[in-house]
Design a protein around this ligand. Structure first.
Ligand code: AMP
Length: 145
């Protein structure tokens, strides 16, 4: 059911795009916004979203939206690596509530991993310290420059 349906303009990511809800931003241009996940599965967990598309998920996204989003995700993953020095980076993207999707605006997760450090559960962690998120965002931003 949640794979289909109308795009809800009141979803939290649409509010972040419009500036109606706060976010710790890492990168923004006309097409894409990247910001820190406030319930991170690991330190440095970032989200990359389209600013222009009303796609809810991969299945209803326009190919050109996907191309822009994945290119931005690559750029941001490289900066995340340079800044935070993880041993690996998980890229995830959920489609529909049974698959784990909780926000119905197309997005990509970039989750740094370190050897021997367990990954937090999706949607089950506590809210991060905003100061910590800001510090991580600044480090990643500096690596983008
Ligand atoms: P998904 O479950 O794949 O739809 O991912 C949604 C993600 O958005 C989750 O990892 C949440 O922790 C994250 N999230 C929810 N609300 C916010 C918010 N206001 N700012 C940043 N991240 C959020």
């Amino acid at each position: 059911m949640s794979l289909d349906g109308p795009y809800d303009d009141a979803n939290i990511f649409a509010k972040i795009i419009r500036g109606e809800a706060p976010a710790v931003k890492v990168f923004e241009d006309a097409d894409v916004l990247a910001f820190m996940d406030v319930f991170p599965q690991s330190p440095g967990h970032m989200l990359v979203i389209s600013k222009t598309s009303k796609a809810r998920n991969l299945l209803d996204a326009e190919p050109e939206t996907l191309a822009t989003l994945i290119a931005a995700a690559q750029k941001l993953a490289r900066a995340q690596r340079a800044a935070l020095k993880p041993d690996g980076i998980v890229m995830t993207q959920f489609n529909g509530a049974p698959a784990g999707q909780t926000v119905f605006h197309l997005h990509i997760h970039l989750i740094p991993r370190w050897d021997g450090v367990a990954l937090g559960r999706h949607g089950a962690g506590g809210m991060a310290d905003i100061g910590e998120l800001t510090k991580q965002a600044e480090q990643i931003k500096a690596a983008l420059a």
